[in-house]
Structure formats: structure tokens, C-alpha cells
Design a protein around this ligand. Sequence first.
Ligand code: NAD
Length: 248
Amino acid sequence: MEKNISEAVKIIHSSKQIVAFTGAGISAESGIPPFRGENGIWNQYDSRSLEIDYFLSHSEASWKIIREIFYSHFQRAKPNPSHIFLAKLESQYNLHSIITQNIDNLHHMAGSTVIYEFHGNSSRLLCTKCQETISILEVSLKTLPPKCACGGLLKPDFIFFGEPIPHYAYSKSMEAASTCDLMIIIGTAGEVMPANQIPLVASANKAKIIEINLEKSLYTPRITDIFLQGKASEISIALSQKLNLQSS
Ligand code: NAD
């Protein structure tokens, strides 16, 4: 592992444009469980609440589950050393952007500024009628479903099953993946389409790939140059020390 960390540090030093690609695993140590796997959210809840057609026709029932999952677990979560590592890599090194599949707002909270939210962000609500967005902090979830001032139904501003990827995030992510010379993948199994194509685009454009995960992913045997196996926070702390990143 020590050898792999040193190799990763060398590559980070020599890279001109670094892009990070993150998944649910980076936030697991902030107390947010992944969707799938043994302790996954979909082992406890019915994922139908996040199907757009079901949500629109059963908004109160869907919102009860959404409130419990996304506005109890998620609202209490704080960035962990891995989110902070990426924020420092942006301010002190050549990290160009973060492409995240996560909707938990933790990269923003850690201080990163260029973040392409491939699946949206739970800290905003979107009106299904007038399309305005509003901060969750301005909305009471005591009475469900929450409504916009225009009377329209509010939904979390992340994509539900059956909805397209937001155009801006998609095009900026593809551009970043095509132009980076290093992609750091943290905490994703690479199973969710079309987000899982992003590292493949980077690799096809000759970017080096460093991957951090508890276990091998679909990427590891195909495109990964350096695999750092372990908890994202522990590996991030080791990399921060070797790179001499300063606390801000
Ligand atoms: P995923 O592939 O995004 O994440 C799970 C991966 O993280 C697995 O490969 C696992 O080995 C790894 N992992 C778990 N804990 C880790 C740790 N401490 N350190 C390093 N790696 C760790 O899969 P998913 O959970 O099925 O999520 C699917 C989609 O759901 C994601 O793309 C995301 O959009 C969304 N999601 C987001 C959040 C969030 O916003 N925090 C949480 C759950 C799911």
C-alpha cells in the first residue's frame, strides 16, 4: 500500500489537470449509506418512491419515504477527510473539477467550488409546475407534500428513476473527462448508467486513473493504473500528508 500511495503522489505531482469522480462510498463515513449492498438504503425502503411516475401520482406517500431517507440521514451529515482532501486538492493543486454522482451536498460543504452534480442535489427542491428551485432550508416538511408559492408540487432537485441527466452537468462532465490527464475515482462501483461511462471516457483519452475503494470495482481490472484499497478517509489522509496539503 505504501508503494501505491507513493506512486499515486508522483502521478498527482506530475498531472496538469486532475478530475475527481465520486460515488456513494466517499460519503459512507459521513454516515450516509450507499443505495445498494448489504447495508444499502434499498434493503430498507421501496425504491418505487423515487420513480418519477409513481412520485407524481402518489406524492404524499413518496414524500414520507423521501423525507425519512434524504432529510433525516442526509441533513445531519458532515464532510469527512476525503471530501476535504478534494477541496484542498482544488485550492492547492491542479484539481480542475469534481464530477459527483452524489446528491448529498457534502463536496460544497467541504469547500470545493467546481462540482458537476450528475444526479442533482438534495439540498434544493424544484417546482414541478413553474420550475423554480428553492433551498430545503426555506421549506417545511411537516405537511406533505410540500408546495411551491405557485401551488405546484415540489420535488427534490435530484433525478428520479425515469428522468434524464441534467444537460449542463452531463456536458461539463464529458468535457472534463475528455480533457483531464488524471482521474481520481473515489467510492463507486461503476454500475450506474450513464455516469459509469465517465471514467471510461477519461481513460480512452489517455488520462491516468487512480482509484480508491474498499473493494475492486468494475473499473479496477479494466482501466485503473493505481488501486488504493481501503477506507476513502484513511487513504485521503495518507495522500494529504504525502502531498503536504495545508489545512485552510
Ligand atoms: P456506488 O457505486 O456509488 O457506491 C458504493 C461503492 O462505494 C462500492 O464500490 C463500495 O465498495 C464503495 N465504498 C463503500 N464505503 C466505502 C468507503 N468507506 N471508502 C471507499 N469506498 C467505499 O453505489 P450505490 O450506493 O449503489 O449508488 C448508486 C447511486 O446512488 C450513486 O451513483 C449516487 O447517485 C446515489 N447515491 C448517492 C448517495 C449520496 O449522495 N451520498 C448515497 C447513496 C446513493
